[in-house]
Design a protein around this ligand. Sequence first.
Ligand SMILES: [Zn+2]
Ligand SMILES: [Zn+2]
Length: 293
Amino acid sequence: MTRYEIPAEPPAAGWDIHCHTAFSDGTMTPEGMVAQAVRIGLEGVAITDHDTSAGWGDAVEAAQRLGLPLLRGTEITAADGDVSVHMLGLQYDPTNERLVNMFATTRRKRLQRTRTMVELMARDFPITWQMVERQVREGERTTVGRPHIADALVAAGVYRNRSEAFAGAVSAQSKYYIPTPSPTAIEVTRTVKQAGGVIILAHPGDRRRNSTLLSDERIDALADAGLDGLEVWHRGNEPDQRRRLLDIARRRDLLVTGGSDWHGEGKPNRLGENLTDAATVRRIVERGAIPLV
Ligand SMILES: [Zn+2]
Ligand SMILES: [Zn+2]
C-alpha cells in the first residue's frame, strides 16, 4: 500500500463526511442531505447523526437512487476526564453487540437526563416533556437532547430562536444544565475498532465547544487505543489548532479529514464548506467493516 500523504491544505474538492439529519439535531432528511450534496457537486457524503445509525437506511436508499457515494457513520459523544469529546465512527458493523450495548446504555441515560432538565426548567418556564417530544422529528429513533428543549422553548415563545435558547436556559452554564452521560473516549475508540469501524476525533481544536481541549498526550493515548484520524478541516478549529493537529497526525500517522458539521437550517454551517479528499476516503473504506454505498 502506498504511504498516506498528510494533506497540508484543506482540499478544494472531495467529500463532506460530517453531516447531521433529522435523525439527530439536523433539520433535513437523509434524502434532502444527499440531494443537496449532488446539487453542489460533492464527490460523496457521510451521514453522521449523533449517537445513532437509525438514518442509515434512508440515506442508503437516497444515495443509490441519486447515484452519490455514501459513507455511513455516527458522531459519538464521549468524555475524557472533564473534556467533552465528539468522535466520528465510520463504516462500522452496526450489529456488533458491544457497540449496540454502548449506544443503548448511552441513550437510556440521556433520555433520563433530558427529562430531568425539563423538569427543572418547568419550575420557571411554560414547558412540559410533551412539548419537547413534539419537537422530535423522527420519533423513537431520534436522540432527544438540548436542541429539542431549545426548540420547545422557542415554540412556547420564551426565545426567538434556537441560538437564543442555547445562550439562555439551555446553555451549559445555566442552572438547569446536567452534563451528558457519555462513555469514555478510550472506550468509544476500542468499541468502534472492535466493530470494524474507523474512528476519528471530531473538531479536536474547537475552543468554542470546550474551554479545555484534549492535550497532545491524551490524543496520543487515543492513538495508542486505535484512533484512526483527526478532523482538521472544521470551522471550529482555528489556524494554530490546525497546525498542532497536523503535527500530531504526521507524528502518529493519523488520517486527516474535513467536514462541515452541517445541520440543515439548525446551524449556519454550509454543506461542503469543509471537505475530505478522495485518497483519505479510500483509506477509510479500506479499513471499514462495511462496503461503500
Ligand atoms: Zn461535534
Ligand atoms: Zn457534528
